[in-house]
Ligand binder design. Structure first.
Ligand code: FAD
Length: 425
């Protein structure tokens, strides 16, 4: 660390008593905003050319920035659920919604059929721009293109030395408190490539092994893959070690490599992490539901009845897989055929042989253990003065705005706590 690019400047002097936030994604922007509003001198260092690149691509460019409702079961961690509960109590969903609407002035609309909040502008860019604007208005300095490569506790004095590169030139800064908000490994082209884990490890943190989550799965089922583009409602089950781990109802999308869509993205962490089996009830009907539907108009052809609930091509495949000629009417099915048909419709196992990796994963499972921070402040138990937030943690949410909720809540707490500590000293 020989370079001294910014340290001697006025800015560097001020920063040495203030807070550096590493990473300008959802969590880092929120941390910087609340740290600056808490009275601290804040510098946000973002490695990419702009802040919030992942916000820009979120929700298909519309940014599903919050869920309509949230409960414990919407999040997944190998750490303590008590800690999760405590964290969410620090900023309740209703208050987060009010913050976006009243404080940031971003009008939100609740999409009734999915239970997700979107900006009424339907523009992820508007959300990102407004956040950055608010951070700048709070007095925090936003420095893009500043890639942090090393964080070292200052010997004796407390605080940190932060070194990295900006446009090929080295920089070095100092700070009293540091918020690490460098994200996980998913969609690395947005700037989050796992560097945050290495920085955390250099400061004494452990790592729950990471894996791609909310990720499309690949399948060896060629006939199914031939239906690429077909979507259907399903009730999915993740079954591992003979135990049902989770089940939910959501749409599934067949892709040319396997399966995706909300059902699969939600289920995927069970398959990727635990090798769980993916079982689906097509049409999101259980045995009783299918039986009732099939006998309700038993003079109709079986394939047409199945096609009432799932797209025609998929219905034909499922009926063929039950070994039943599609033209048979429901009333003609013998008991063996009933059993086979209901098994295919209600308990099809999709053979999963892999996933599409971090390039397609919406989030990263695993990460810094929750047990390594103080849950009241998010200050590191390994390195005092260091605060952690966002996707870096061993916590993921389901699809539907839960991951942003996690980023906003932990970002705010980390920023506020760091400011409080910095202003006290
Ligand atoms: C395609 C896609 C769509 C998504 N849609 C949604 C959605 O609609 N709703 C939802 O709730 N969630 C969604 N997510 C998930 C959500 O985007 C993430 O959970 C959230 O962005 C995590 O925020 P974060 O700030 O922790 O990390 P990130 O957003 O990844 O931000 C980390 C930042 O740190 C920077 N950084 C990393 N290393 C360094 C370094 N060494 N020096 C300086 N800067 C560094 C990165 O460049 C990045 O800007 C989506 C994700 C993807 C990939």
């Amino acid at each position: 660390m020989e370079e001294d690019v910014e340290r001697s400047s006025e800015e560097g002097e001020e920063a040495s008593k203030g807070i550096i936030v590493v990473g300008g994604g959802a969590a880092g922007l929120m941390a910087a905003l609340f740290a600056a509003r808490g009275g601290a001198v804040v510098t946000l260092l973002e490695g990419s050319r702009a802040c919030g690149l992942k916000i820009l691509v979120s929700g298909g460019g519309r940014c599903n920035l919050l869920p309509g409702a949230s409960e414990d079961a919407d999040f997944f961690t190998s750490g303590s659920r008590n800690v999760l509960r405590r964290l969410f109590k620090t900023w309740r969903l209703d208050d987060v919604i009010r913050f976006f609407e009243d404080d940031l002035g971003i009008r939100l609309v609740l999409e009734e059929e999915t239970g997700k909040w979107f900006p009424s502008s339907q523009s992820a860019r508007a959300v990102r721009d407004r956040l950055v604007e608010a951070v700048e208005a709070s007095g925090a300095r936003v420095r893009v293109g500043h890639r942090v490569e090393e964080i070292r506790p200052r010997p004796g004095a407390g605080g940190f030395e932060v070194a990295g590169h900006r446009a090929g030139e080295p920089f070095r800064l100092e700070c009293a408190r540091l918020v690490l908000a460098a994200g996980g490994r998913s969609l690395p082209k947005t700037g989050s490539d796992g560097a945050g884990y290495a920085l955390a490890a250099s400061l004494g943190h452990g790592l729950v092994p990471t894996y791609p989550a909310l990720v499309p799965l690949t399948s060896s089922d060629r006939e199914l893959r031939e239906l690429s583009g077909v979507a259907a409602p399903v009730r999915w089950q993740a079954v591992a070690g003979g135990k049902l781990r989770e089940e939910r109802e959501r749409p599934l999308l067949i892709t040319h490599r396997g399966v995706s869509g909300p059902a699969v993205l939600d289920a995927s962490h069970w398959m990727v992490r635990d090798g769980a089996a993916l079982r689906v009830a097509w049409g999101a009907l259980d045995e009783e539901g299918w039986r009732r539907h099939l006998v309700s108009e038993s003079r109709r052809r079986v394939d047409a009845l199945v096609a009432d609930r799932v797209p025609r091509r998929l219905a034909e495949l499922l009926v063929a897989r039950a070994g039943i000629p599609g033209r048979l009417r429901a009333e003609q099915l013998n008991p063996k055929q009933w059993r086979r048909l209901l098994a295919v419709l209600c308990a099809s196992e999709i053979p999963v042989d892999g996933d599409e990796g971090y390039a397609k994963a919406e989030v990263t499972g695993g990460g810094i253990p929750l047990s390594e921070v103080n849950p009241s402040t998010l200050e590191s138990r390994r390195t005092p003065g260091l605060y952690v937030c966002g996707e870096l943690f061993d916590t993921i949410g389901r699809m539907g705005g839960f991951n942003f909720l996690w980023a906003w809540v932990t970002g705010r707490l980390a920023g506020e706590s760091a400011a409080q500590a910095a202003c006290e000293t």
